[in-house]
Design a protein around this ligand. Structure first.
Ligand code: DGL
Length: 283
């Protein structure tokens, strides 16, 4: 099974693409709605949250987890991949103590920063890329690091947009206040003459048209969810040993750590179909 993790239900923007591009695979979604938003939290706390969730999803039968949440990917993914995973889910050969087993864990956790950074680097003509995200994602510098690693010549301009998640969750999509705030956030990026814009937050694709309109025609706004799933399709082709372990079927489940009418309403609006959120406890 594929696990899809987000700090809340914004990750359903990624689920929508999984349903479109990988319709035959069964997935288990987990939104940490009891502790959302992660966007202004510290790295230590986000790491602790993520360990509990990743472990839960593996124990529930997931072989591969997509961390749809940009904030969690930016703040905690590397440590999970490099330290926690090899220790808790070592490869069979490593368990058997075989020499040369390598450090590859038996299960995988993939994030959203690297695939979108790769696409941005590929597409940018002027070498000036803008990134918007939560305060935590922007402060981590994760997108900048990935982009500069791929091409040190590229200039990255970042803007934290902490007001956007609450506005989107309130459904204030077409309100003049939201458009005004969006204009304000994009002003400095436009002044920097970026030609590519990364929407580094699960929620922002819900305002995709507005981002594109305000950024102008000379800026290519990247559809992160689409890119992430395209890269996942490619990853599964290159890793048949993981792909062959994934179950197929349509019995998807949508788990949350807290359930309210508002979460249920937003979930259905954002996914564009009727779904049932199930409340679970992580302990
Ligand atoms: N899911 C988060 C992200 O993509 C946004 C919501 C939050 O702050 O938790 O960064």
């Amino acid at each position: 099974m594929i696990g899809i993790f987000d700090s809340g239900i914004g990750g359903l923007t990624v689920v929508k693409e999984v349903l479109r591009q990988l319709p035959e695979y069964q997935f288990l979604y987990l939104g940490d709605t009891a502790r959302t938003p992660y966007g202004n939290r510290s790295q230590d706390l986000i790491y602790q949250f993520m360990v509990g969730i990743v472990d839960y999803l593996f124990k529930a039968g997931c072989e591969l987890i997509i961390v749809a949440c940009n904030t969690a990917s930016a703040q905690a993914l590397r440590k999970i991949q490099q330290e926690w995973l090899p220790k808790h889910y070592p490869s069979a050969t490593a368990v058997a103590g075989q020499a040369n087993s390598g450090q590859r864990p038996s299960k995988r956790v993939l994030g959203v920063i690297r695939p979108v950074a790769e696409e941005a680097v590929k597409l940018s003509r002027s070498g000036r890329i803008g990134v918007v995200g939560t305060r935590s994602t922007i402060n981590s510098g994760a997108y900048r690091r990935e982009i500069e690693q791929l091409n040190p010549e590229i200039k990255v301009f970042q803007q934290a947009c902490p007001l956007l998640v609450p506005l989107i969750e309130e459904g204030w999509l077409k309100r003049p206040e939201t458009i005004k705030i969006l204009r304000y956030y994009l002003r400095s990026l436009k002044q920097q003459k970026i030609d590519t814009l990364i929407l580094g937050c699960t929620h922002y694709p819900i305002l995709f048209k507005e981002f594109q309109q305000i950024s102008g025609r000379q800026v290519k706004v990247l559809d992160s969810a689409k890119i992430i799933v395209e890269k996942l399709v490619d990853y599964l082709k290159r890793h048949p040993e993981i792909e062959s372990k994934l179950t197929k079927g349509k019995q998807h489940r949508y788990l949350v750590t807290d359930l309210t009418d508002k979460f249920q309403e937003n979930a259905q609006n954002w996914l564009g179909q009727k779904i049932k959120l199930e409340k679970i406890s992580l302990d």
